[in-house]
Design a protein around this ligand. Sequence first.
Ligand code: C2E
Ligand code: CA
Ligand code: CA
Length: 708
Amino acid sequence: MSDMNEDYESLEKVLIHERIARKKSERILTEQSKDLYESRAELLKIQNKLELALWASNESIWEWFLDTDKIMIRRYNRGTDTAYEETQTLDEFWAKIHPNDYENYRLQWLRHLDGDAEFVDITFRVKAGEGYRWLRLRGRTVELDENKEPLRILGTSKDVTDIRKAERSSRLIASAFSSSRDAMLILQKNKQIMEANSAFFTLINEENHSTDIDLSQYIKLTERKISNLKLHERMSEESEVVRADRSAIPVEITYSKFEFEDGEKDYIVAIVRDITERKKAENQLNRMAMYDPLTNLHNRNAFQNKLDELQDEISEFSVLFIDLDGFKAVNDTMTHEIGDELLIAVSKLLRSSQFGNSIAARWGGDEFLLAIRTCEKSKIIEYSRQVINGIKNIGDKLSLPVRVSASIGIASYPENATDNQALIRAADAAMYGAKALGKSAYVFYDLNVEQQAQQKISLLAELKKAIDTQSLDFHLQGQFDRTETPVCAEILCRWQSPIHGHVTPSVFIPLAEENGLAFALGNIAIDAAIDFLTLLKSYGYNFRIAVNISPLHLMHPDFLMIIANKIKNAQVNPTQLELEVTESSFIGDAIRASEVINNLRSMGFKVAMDDFGTGYSSFSYMRQIDFDIIKIDRSFVIDLESDQKADLLLRGIINICNDLGVETVAEGIETEAQMMLLKDMGVTNFQGFFLGRPMPISEFVYSLKNSD
Ligand code: C2E
Ligand code: CA
Ligand code: CA
């Protein structure tokens, strides 16, 4: 039994031993295959990583084998996570190279094969579809034969088309940047200046062309949205460059964003343009739009803007509408330079500080505006007087031939109008009121004034029409000698307006004179006088006709020529025309007026001084100028019976005239008593309602016939 047991025991030992051995080898086997598996998996992972890395850097692997002379390119597809290989002969590959790049490519390749270059590194174009793409091939020999000739070359290839493009454009940009005549800066998004080209240094007048100096002190970069700028988008702003000498010039800065090389960083190019000239032109245009070029005062537009500002600023102010009296006469009788000089002098007066912090403007022609910061009546009156006196003084200083003054209309904000245009209109209307008062006056606006002004405007338009259509009438009023025989007839203008009815000459004659119509109206009167002379002659009456001549008409450069032609054409004897001129003709240029009068007299016309005694210097003019006739004003005649002084004065005048051989005519005789007195004083001729009213020529002839 023991033997059997022994056998059994030894068998069992062997069995156990074998089992252990098997287990051990089994364990070893599993452990080994696991290692194998793991290392294989590791290898795959590494390969995958490598492919991913190549893909990420946009590269592929290529491999060339000497034995087959084939080139294999392995590309990885991220989508399918697989790689595919493309194999072609070297000849096939070369055939696709751009002809211009081919030689270089071959040379580089052979240099590597010959061992002259350690690496292959060639950039060239290969055909891709219709066009070409840039490829950069890099690699080196990895296997040599026994003769040390390359057997296998391995490397990577990369599509560098986009980079080439970016490089090219940044090269272009760089050269454009440095050579541009426009000053340029390269900025970062935070407006930090990175680069400046030489044109910029020229612009700032800085000799040191180094970006080490802090360039931000030379230019104000204010465009706030610059960091939002998109690629290829532009933004502009106007700013200023302060030059090395601290002088400032206006510039326009245009920002645009672009990428550098690989697009990693964005930069902003700022083109800086000197816009001094453009600004100058703009300013000039602005000035032209806002200022009157002659006087440099604000123009209409600017004044209205200023009034708007004033309304926001203060609660009340006044506008003075200032119209020069006598300016037309200056312009008509003198050169335009003198007219301009007057306007400039007036503008200086209005700009002066004596009117507080006021705003002066030229409204047009001889009209000015002054906005003063008060509605206080006494202050306004003080200013208005200063304006009137100031303008009178200017006239005296310029020794103008005509007395200039000003008529001023005043309107207040908000009392008269809250709308600025209405305010100016109100002041304008009040100005007409001042003119109606006899000029050289100021008038505060009220509704009455407005109506009068409206009336005046419409009256003027109607008068123009009447002159154009020659629809004015003329009456005659006789002048008689001591025996009451007619010696002359004064022709007096009459106007029956279809709208305004009968308008008296004392209204429409001044209106015509103020508005440049004196010359036209005066010539019509001369024509009428000539016609009447011819007509009277046909009735057998040979006395003369007296025509009233306005100062502006008398001083008109063509006056003598025209009147000479008229009598020549009508074959009228000039001695039959008497021209009545008033003292106001001499106020301006007495020397010229006397020349004209002398000329008229030497041509044969009779010249009378009208309204003698109403002006200030009747006697002095009588001394300077030779008149044929003196017409004693009606005011003397009225006072005659009651006023002893008038009586004495008149006797004196008449005696002087008689001594000088100057005829006298007494005007406005209404009563027999007046007639007797004047006769007794030695007056030559007589005119007045007592002897005959002004009447149409038909009536006039009839009345003469009856008294014959
Ligand atoms: P004037 O030259 O002094 O003319 C005389 C004015 O006295 C006329 O007024 C006449 O009607 C008026 N008159 C004549 N006798 C009497 C009288 O006994 N009593 C009164 N109360 N008045 C008398 P009229 O026609 O209204 O003319 C006024 C002024 O208008 C004229 O004053 C003259 O300066 C101007 N005028 C009239 N016609 C013309 C014209 O054709 N050309 C120009 N430039 N002025 C004219
Ligand atoms: Ca007269
Ligand atoms: Ca008169």
